[in-house]
Structures are given as structure tokens and as C-alpha cells.
Design a protein. Structure first.
Length: 69
């Protein structure tokens, strides 16, 4: 798949905040500080789309991104 566009949609802390979408969804789940954000940036060929941190547990919400509109 060729990545044409990638953008941050929203961050959610509860199911009520999830964006409505009919597109396929992919989830990256894992322990703190194992490289989930870095993996997403690498797969999308972006350096700073997903914020990365050296501090474990920095992400406190579920982040949603839209890829290729």
C-alpha cells in the first residue's frame, strides 16, 4: 500500500469519544516504551506523526489517525 496522506484525528479516553468510521481499523497494542509509536512512524514513512517519548507510560489515550483519506 502506498501512503499518500497521514493525519492525526483525535485522542480518546473513553469509547464515547471514538470517531465514527467505516474504514478498516488497525490497532497497535503493547507494553510501555517498546516502540509502538516508532513503528507507526516508520510504517508511514513519517518522523513525527506519532509523538515518541523516552518516558514510559507517556501516552494516556487512544490515538486515531486517518491514512489515505
Amino acid at each position: 500500500m502506498k501512503i499518500i496522506s497521514a493525519e492525526f484525528l483525535t485522542g480518546a479516553v473513553s469509547c464515547k469519544q471514538y470517531p465514527d468510521s467505516e474504514c478498516p481499523e488497525l490497532a497497535f497494542v503493547g507494553r510501555s516504551n517498546v516502540g509502538k509509536s516508532s513503528l507507526i512512524n516508520s510504517l508511514l514513512n513519517r518522523k513525527k506523526l506519532v509523538k515518541t517519548s523516552q518516558t514510559p507510560g507517556k501516552t494516556q489515550e487512544i490515538n486515531f489517525f486517518k491514512i489515505n483519506n
